[in-house]
Design a protein around this ligand. Sequence first.
Ligand code: GRF
Length: 220
Amino acid sequence: MNTKFRLGVLGSGKGSNFVAIADACAAGRVPAQVALVLSDVENAGILEQARARGIPARYIPPGPFRTKLDPDTERAYVQALKDAAVDLVVLAGFMRVLKSEFLNAFPGRIVNIHPSLLPAFPGLEAWKQALEHGVKVTGCTVHFVDAGVDTGPIIGQIAVPVLEDDTPETLHRRIQLAEHELYPKCIAAIARGELELRGRRVVWRSGGIAPELRYLVGSR
Ligand code: GRF
């Protein structure tokens, strides 16, 4: 019996964060395995990337709503994740808000990545919001998921500077590089039991890989 920490990854898009996580697991940098990938988009790149790695991947039709799952569909997602015995639900570009039945099925066991330094710029296209607002530094955040939109306790952040000639595309690309570094580190810390929740504060007991501030310039 394989006793590795099991991840269930949900995504709607190309799956670059999933790839970073799966590769970090395969390389032994994250003591976990991706047990299942689910998507609400039938032809999403994330499903293709999972299948290419031999990881079970399923499209579960999202139902009639645009920004959430209907209750029956939400139950189907929960069941699939329970059947796969996942220890942690990893949202990696999943474009729907999860409701209480889903949240209650995995208490304290759902994480998300967001392309800004929360609590600034929650919601859609956060890199565009940052550029339009005129901030000089933005970044990415990994956080536990609660009932709000991008409001849960913050696990880790990496700062990314906004450059004078940035476009939404160039800024988003650099933020994604930071995401690919941050998400596997945060998941590794969870899998190793290194995090402790004190109120809203997530404390890294290890101290070793505390969320760092890094300036990622170039690679555009
Ligand atoms: C990421 O930028 C993430 O911050 C946001 O959705 C995007 C997913 O990208 N939540 P990918 O599918 O992992 O490439």
